[in-house]
Ligand binder design. Sequence first.
Ligand SMILES: [Mg+2]
Length: 306
Amino acid sequence: MVQAKYLTGDSAAINEFIDQFDVFLLDCDGVLWSGDHLFEGIPETLEMLRSRGKRVVFVTNNSTKSRPDYQKKLTAMGIPSNVEEIFASAYSSAIYISRILALPAPKNKVFVIGESGIESELRTENVPFIGGTDPALQRDMTPEDFKGLADGSLLDPDVGIVLAGLDFHINYLKLSLGFQYLQRGAKFLATNLDSTLPMNHTFFPGAGSISIPLIHMSGQQPTALGKPSQAMMDAIEGKFKLDRARTCMVGDRLNTDIQFGIEGKLGGTLAVLTGVSRKEDWEAEGAEVVPAHYVDTLSDLRGSTA
Ligand SMILES: [Mg+2]
């Protein structure tokens, strides 16, 4: 059985670990912060990695924010960053739709279930869309809605894709619209399938919990564009031209972050214990996803300079 190597407090092992890589792909929630609470020593740890010539890329499944939104959050947290160092599932979805799926107009319109981060990344890629934060959809269903959905008069004939992400205003009307578009042949995409969202030291429903009703009612599985989907890894590799063998994925969640790194055949994976997964999860008998290394908190990597 593969054993995860514990690095906290072992400065020689930490040094050797850091030297193995040129690029660190960093998950954000549960690694750098929880909600608005920044973990201790994070800016200094990132500064240390950069001063050793390492490239850091922020890779997040959170689809509610665009890359510029994310950069604002990083800046507000005291973490210097460039918008080009940020890779979020809303961006990954927009790239996939515009450059890989590339449906011919006009049947390339997207029905969005999600927040403004998705909308702004679709706009950046010139992808037409409806739904999303449209206030006209934030209401109860009326008898006219049921009728218009049944006869199709309420539907946009150009919608060829349903994209579901985390939506703080999910309701029966949006689910009914999404279902109708899927029934009529639209492609089903999800920004990511995380079951939960870690915030304020607890958990809230994640983007996957928004997709599940659509999966249940349609009997279809979406193509997911967040971790651990390798569609996202391919997009990251294409953008940053990284050497997978010299790249390490850092995250708090086994079934997204660590699995993403293992399936992507990266040179390394590092789990942190400040988020979702516990060491018992990978030490359990028959654990399927085991990180190569782990630390209590990301800032333990500063122990290398001791
Ligand atoms: Mg996380």
